[in-house]
Design a protein around this ligand. Structure first.
Ligand SMILES: [Zn+2]
Length: 140
C-alpha cells in the first residue's frame, strides 16, 4: 500500500467510497465526480500506476470486472454506449472508468474538467451506488 495514494487508502478502508463490488483482487466504486450518473471506477487492490505493468492475472481480473459492470450499467441506464477508458493523470493507481455515454461529447477534456470542478451530490451518489450494487449482487 502507498499511504499517499487515495485509492490504496480506499482499499485499506482508510478513506470512504461508494463501493459496488469487491473480490480478492479488485474493488469497484462510484466515481465521486461522475461524468454521467453510473460512472464507476474499477481498480486492482495493489498499487500500480500503469495498466500495462499489472500482473497478467490482475489485469484480467480488472478487465473482467469492468466488462461485468459495463453490462450492469447498460441494463440499468440504457445509454447508447458504455465507455471504458484508462488515463490516470489524477490518481496514479490503475483505474478503469466505466461510464454510461450518451454522446461523444460526454468524454472530452472540457467534460472531464467540468466534472472535476463540480461539487459531488452525495445523496445522488449513494442512491446510484445502491442501484448498481443491488443489480450486481442480484445478477451474480
Ligand atoms: Zn495506490
Amino acid at each position: 500500500m502507498d499511504e499517499s495514494c487515495m485509492f490504496c487508502r480506499i482499499v485499506a478502508g482508510a478513506a470512504p467510497a461508494h463501493q459496488v463490488f469487491e473480490s480478492d483482487d479488485v474493488l469497484a466504486f462510484m466515481d465521486h465526480r461522475p461524468l454521467n450518473p453510473g460512472h464507476v471506477l474499477v481498480i486492482p487492490k495493489w498499487h500500480e500506476p500503469d495498466l500495462h505493468r499489472l500482473d497478467e492475472d490482475i489485469y484480467l481480473a480488472v478487465m473482467k470486472t469492468s466488462k461485468r459492470l459495463a453490462e450492469v450499467l447498460a441494463e440499468l441506464f440504457e445509454p447508447p454506449k458504455v465507455g471504458l477508458f484508462v488515463i490516470g493523470f489524477h490518481v496514479p493507481h490503475v483505474h478503469v472508468h466505466v461510464v454510461p455515454l450518451y454522446s461523444i461529447d460526454d468524454f472530452t477534456a472540457d467534460a472531464i474538467q467540468l466534472a472535476m470542478r463540480t461539487r459531488p451530490d452525495q445523496g445522488a451518489l449513494a442512491e446510484t451506488c445502491r442501484r448498481v450494487r443491488d443489480y450486481v449482487s442480484k445478477a451474480g
